[in-house]
Design a binder for this molecule. Structure first.
Ligand SMILES: Cc1ncc(COP(=O)(O)O)c(C=O)c1O
Length: 498
């Protein structure tokens, strides 16, 4: 029961299948071998036999504590660099469902790259957060953005609290509040700063933050900057969260045992590395039980979850008032940039006065605001069509289709059945590179992720499904993955669906 109303929540269907033992053994062996060779090559570099282009300690600083000597640097120098061609590939078109990639080669084993001048055209894009396909290049539907650019220019050159509040910001904020069905909203020029600059305005010394272990860096930075005490709970683990909440209420602050001034729970809507969705109903029940506040970052879930794209609150059929601070970004589903905080009017008014982002940062650029206004109106059907909702539903269909086919093929796929972020586990370091390279040969662009962004033995490919993908696009990708999966023996799942 929430806000006096009974709710029937959607069941959470998610899977995090463990890899078979032999896969783990081979994965660690792969890294062990790479590490051994790494030490050998560092030895050769120390003696000047092999050239190293990575940052190195300067000779005249030999009495200082080494600046670059930690495992992550060792890892980058000796393992990551060998497969670096699969990351940061330069793209020269908008992030639509098909995009163009600039071909590059390396003459020195991936230390540096050289462009060949060729463009790899029409690559199927499985890596962008362009979930609703709204981040495409200029066309007639974006005419209003062009008009605003002509009328207002690009820059605002002032902060929100000084002279930088424009009618476009007011219009956007009213629209965001209406879209989310809350009292008020405030927008900021950068999603990252929305978290890192607003959390410190809400909590400080003597407060406690309970943060999911997989929270985004912007949340982590905001929590650290706030000066509050931070305790981390296991990902989406409500038992662990309840234990921390209970301990916090019983024992209070360390040493003095005075009660915490505030307890703030920080979570995300969709976790972009795991494809999992926050267990919102359980977390809301806990926060009500222990009288804590809940801050939820909907960067990936706003626009993508729920029947009309209003995020995880709508997905679970809950009331927006169940969450104290609703945060989201405009850089994914809305094809723009920036972030928002929404909720009760007193919260938003407080942030308008106290947030560093409102006081010290330049306001959002007007054409950027207009692109968000256009996207929200499109989603809300205020453009006179139902295309916005259709896109949200298309995304849900594409997501289920793509996930189910991968599972039928026998891959280990992480996360919630309805998350458009789809991690496919690769595990072994050699396979990360082979998978991405072979797919690019077939004109499919994917994002692969490994240590330190994931645990050492948790390397994966992370697909982002979009409403703009056609069934033909998805089938082409699935066929290629099926073939490469057989070739590289990636079908590790023991729960293969018929
Ligand atoms: C969960 C989460 N929060 C915040 C951000 C930062 O948003 P932006 O990239 O719009 O600055 C990101 C970026 O990917 C994110 O994934």
């Amino acid at each position: 029961q929430q806000n006096g109303k009974p709710h029937f929540y959607k069941p959470i269907v998610e899977s995090f299948e463990e890899a078979p033992l032999h896969v783990m053994v081979f994965t660690y062996m792969g890294y062990a071998l790479g590490t051994l060779f790494g030490y050998f090559r560092d030895f050769l570099r120390n003696w000047g036999i092999e050239k190293c282009k990575a940052a190195a300690e300067r000779k005249e600083q030999k009495d200082f504590v080494p600046l670059y000597l930690d495992f992550e640097n060792f890892f980058k120098r000796n393992i990551y660099v060998r497969i670096r061609d699969n990351w940061n590939r330069p793209i020269c078109s908008s992030p639509a469902s098909r995009f163009d990639i600039m071909e590059r080669v390396s003459d020195d084993y991936n230390w540096t790259f050289r462009f060949t001048g060729k463009i790899i055209k029409d690559v199927i894009n499985m890596g962008s957060y362009n979930f609703l396909g709204l981040g495409v290049k200029y066309n007639e539907s974006m005419r209003t953005v062009k008009d605003v650019l002509e009328a207002y220019g690009v820059g605002v050159a002032s902060t929100r609290q000084e002279m930088g509040t424009l009618d476009k910001h007011k219009e956007l904020e009213d629209l965001v509040a209406k879209f989310l069905n809350v009292e008020a909203a405030m927008v900021f020029g950068m999603g990252f700063a929305t978290n890192s600059m607003n959390i410190p305005a809400l909590v400080g010394k003597g407060c406690l933050i309970l943060s999911d272990e997989l929270n985004h860096t912007s949340l982590v930075l905001g929590a650290r900057l706030s000066g509050a005490t931070i305790r981390v709970f296991k990902h989406n683990n409500t038992k662990n969260l309840e234990k921390l909440l209970r301990d916090a209420v019983i024992y209070g602050q360390p040493r003095t045992h005075r009660a915490w001034k505030k307890i703030l729970i920080l979570v995300e809507g969709i976790y972009s590395m795991e494809g999992s969705i926050v267990h919102l109903p359980q977390i809301v029940a806990l926060k009500n039980k222990y009288k804590a506040y809940l801050y939820i970052d909907e960067a990936h879930s706003i626009g993508t979850m729920g029947p009309t794209g209003r995020g995880v609150v709508e997905f679970f059929g809950m009331d927006p008032r169940d969450v104290d601070v609703l945060m989201g970004t405009f850089s994914k589903s809305f094809g723009s940039s920036g972030g928002y905080i929404a909720g009760r009017k007193d919260l938003v008014d407080y942030l308008r006065v106290n947030s560093h982002s409102a006081v010290y940062a330049t306001s959002m650029s007007p054409p950027v605001s207009e692109q968000i206004i256009r996207s929200i109106k499109f989603l809300m059907g205020m453009d006179g069509t139902t295309q916005g909702t259709q896109r949200v539903q298309q995304l849900a269909k594409n997501t289920r289709y793509f996930r189910q086919r991968l599972k039928q093929m026998g891959f280990i796929v992480y996360g919630n059945e309805e998350s458009p972020v789809v991690p496919l586990l690769l595990y072994m370091p050699g396979k990360i590179a082979a998978f991405a390279r072979l797919l690019l040969k077939k004109k499919i662009g994917v994002v692969v992720v490994g240590f330190p962004a994931t645990p050492l033995a948790g390397a994966r490919a992370r697909f982002c499904v979009s409403a703009a993908h056609t069934r033909e696009d998805l089938d082409t990708v699935l066929e290629a993955i099926d073939e490469i999966g057989d070739l590289l023996q990636l079908k590790y799942s023991r729960r293969r669906k018929s």
